[in-house]
Design a protein around this ligand. Structure first.
Ligand code: WTA
Length: 649
């Protein structure tokens, strides 16, 4: 923990929507009078019919339910699009920056976006998609990704976006779980100049699951297989579609989307978010965290969230919240280091970005390349920086603040999760003095607590598992198709509380410091990976009899994947096999699951009841071997010596 404290700059304290006194007052009200607070905040949304009950929630097993803004009717796209037409129809909504900077930038106004969303909504309808149907979206960072998502929301279909870096198997599993029979994709994606065979991946996935329709956008013009009767061309179907599509009347608690995320056990879970609470929560947090409001000249500041739409940050803070708030934003197709390490900062100069939101892993990778890549750019337009996805180490924070932000820009380090819909613990730039590495203070309506292992709430400066003791509007509502798993995963560990899976410290000033996952989830470059998923991919290989996967510290990725693999008796543990297993996992799950180290282990440390003692495996992977703890309960303590002797550097 760093002791540095950065006070709120005077101009922020003076001009921001929320200053420190307002924060305290609003926070207190949000806790003491939740119904009143949220009734007022909900007015940012246009309700077609008003809600009658603000909040009706219980985390207790006997009466477990979460309902917000009951009785309210709305359509989130009417808020993100229609209501802007009169006042800002010709304002640019999306500035699309292509992977290759010499390709043409696309600027899409609110009017054009509205038109394309309506047309695509009609395309979906003509393919038989109805309210409640699930639509899988497997697209790169192109405006059509946002258009597809919004078109679903327009007609009440539930989108399931699958990150375009996932493998055909991972895609097939997600299509199957939510039983969607339509997939929207592109011929290829482009990242860092390299094509990604999206259509071929969809074809491979469709060998495993039945899909009726594939709508394909031509991004690169690559030669791809077309299955007649199933595959249709985006441009062709859009050409004939009407741009008149009334917004479906949605109940506040009607599903908006499913997004799969890794947990500590089993297959990825389909996190389900609903409409009303999510709309209020994401737009409110976006407005306050980024102090998003018109500049003195009446223009909206250019905002850039560098997350992919395949993750929750892309859902909440690229697609929904910025559009609801009438933002002008950059959508970036590429990667931070292509064509060179200045790309982020050049894009900022090119589009005069004022607010920039990115993940620490990208910052650490760029930091390593030296300051000149940054300092040769101007970045004068920048006013505010944001961080999300994993703890930001104080060195990276300092670099972001000093080199990127020229010591001028506050950093909002936003802690949240796919499950929480939007930012839960975060500084507000006009209200919160910053401590590098701390996500600082709770957002309005959020009641964080730190508990001991028995679930007793701890007062004052302390550390332990982080829980949230009451509901907030953007909370997930269920695991798609498995409501019991929802309860068991989040509300059973500490009864009556939402368990985040994160460990946390709270200091004397009431600042929260997230220390990372304390369950079997590892955070690789800000992406969640379940150890169980990587293990099941490994044991699916013919040569592998058993596998155990843990996280290890990694300079750039934050955490890397360390796998212990026991091969079958007749298999030789060679370097070739090691390389093959790495390739295998990439193929099974996708490149984000690439193991950083594979250690062949003739035996794994197990208790007499056969449970793998992961604590020991973690310590060895972390090279913290002087402190392995009690190994006497192991069935065969000698396996530890072998594991230590063969540790992968
Ligand atoms: C981690 C991403 C520290 C945390 C929005 C959480 C963070 C998991 C931060 C959720 C942060 C996210 N500081 N840790 N500012 N933001 N995390 O679902 O471990 O992809 O539980 O949501 O990322 O990852 P997810």
């Amino acid at each position: 923990m760093s002791d540095a404290l950065f006070p709120v700059p005077a101009e922020w304290a003076e001009h921001a929507l929320i200053d420190s006194a307002t924060y305290l007052e609003k926070y207190q009200r949000s806790i003491d009078d939740a119904a009143g607070f949220w009734r007022d905040e909900a007015q940012r949304i246009d309700w077609i019919e008003p809600f009658h009950t603000v909040k009706d929630t219980s985390f207790d097993e006997a009466d477990f339910h979460i309902r917000w803004f009951e009785g309210g009717k709305l359509n989130i796209t009417a808020n993100a699009l229609d209501r802007h037409l009169e006042t800002r129809g010709d304002q640019v909504a999306i500035i699309w920056e292509p992977d290759n900077p010499s390709e043409t930038v696309r600027k899409i106004t609110y009017r054009e976006l509205h038109r394309d969303v309506c047309r695509f909504a009609n395309v979906l309808k003509s393919r038989g998609v109805k309210k409640g149907d699930r639509v899988t979206i497997y697209l790169p960072m192109v405006p059509e990704a946002a258009i597809s998502m919004l078109a679903c929301a327009r007609i009440g279909a539930v989108h399931s976006v699958v990150f375009a870096g996932f493998s055909p198997d991972a895609l097939a599993g997600r299509i199957e779980d939510c039983q969607s029979n339509i997939v929207i994709t592109a011929d290829e994606g482009l990242r860092g100049g390299k094509p990604i065979p999206l259509k071929a991946n969809v074809d491979a996935a469709c060998d495993k699951v039945a899909v009726e329709t594939v709508i394909m956008l031509r991004r690169t013009g690559a030669d791809v297989q077309i299955v007649s009767g199933r595959d249709v061309d985006w441009t062709e179907v859009m050409d004939g579609a009407s741009s008149d599509c009334p917004a479906e009347l949605m109940d506040a608690e009607d599903p908006l989307f499913i997004l799969y995320t890794s947990g500590s056990t089993g297959k990825p879970k389909g996190v389900l978010h609903t409409t009303g609470g999510y709309a209020v929560w994401t737009s409110m947090t976006h407005q306050y965290v980024f102090d998003y409001k018109p500049n003195a000249d009446g223009k909206m500041p250019v905002y850039w969230c560098a997350a992919d739409v395949g993750w929750v940050t892309g859902h909440s803070y690229v697609v929904y919240a910025p559009l609801i708030n009438g933002a002008t934003q950059v959508m970036f197709e590429g990667v931070p280091n292509f064509p060179d390490h200045s790309r982020f900062w050049e894009v900022i100069d090119k589009h005069q970005v004022e607010i920039f939101y990115a993940a620490p892993t990208a910052l650490r990778a760029l930091m390593r390349e030296g300051d000149e890549w940054v300092t040769k750019t101007s970045r004068k337009s920048l006013r505010l920086l944001g961080s999300v996805g994993e703890p930001i180490n104080p060195e990276a924070w300092d670099w972001y603040h000093r080199v990127v932000g020229d010591r001028r820009c506050p950093i909002v380090d936003t802690w949240w999760q796919t499950e929480t819909g939007g930012a839960m613990i975060t500084p507000l730039p006009g209200a919160t003095a910053l401590k590098p590495g701390s996500a600082s203070k709770p957002m309005f309506g959020v009641k964080p607590e730190i508990v001991d292992n028995d679930g007793n709430i701890q007062a004052g400066a302390t550390d332990g598992p982080l829980v949230i003791t009451d509901s907030w509007p953007g909370q997930m509502r269920t695991v798609y198709g498995d409501h019991d798993r929802f309860f068991q995963t989040y509300f059973n560990t500490f009864p009556g509380m939402y368990f985040t899976g994160d460990g946390c410290k709270r200091d004397e000033d009431g600042y929260y410091w997230i220390t990372g996952r304390i369950d079997d989830v590892i955070n690789v470059s800000g992406h969640r990976m379940g150890t169980a998923e990587v293990e099941s991919a490994l044991v699916a290989h013919d040569s592998v009899s058993e596998a155990a996967v843990v996280g290890m510290p990694h300079d750039i990725k934050g955490q890397g994947i360390y796998a212990y693999v026991t091969t079958n008796a007749d298999v030789e543990d060679t370097e070739d096999l090691r390389a093959e297993l790495v390739k295998w996992v990439r193929k099974e799950i996708g490149p984000i699951a690439t193991p950083d180290a594979i250690q062949f282990a003739p035996g794994l440390p197990k208790t007499r009841s056969g449970k793998i003692m992961r604590r020991i495996l973690r310590k060895i992977a972390e090279n913290d071997v002087s402190n392995l703890g009690d190994t006497s309960t192991l069935a065969d303590p000698s396996v530890v010596d072998d594991l230590l002797a063969n540790r992968k550097k």
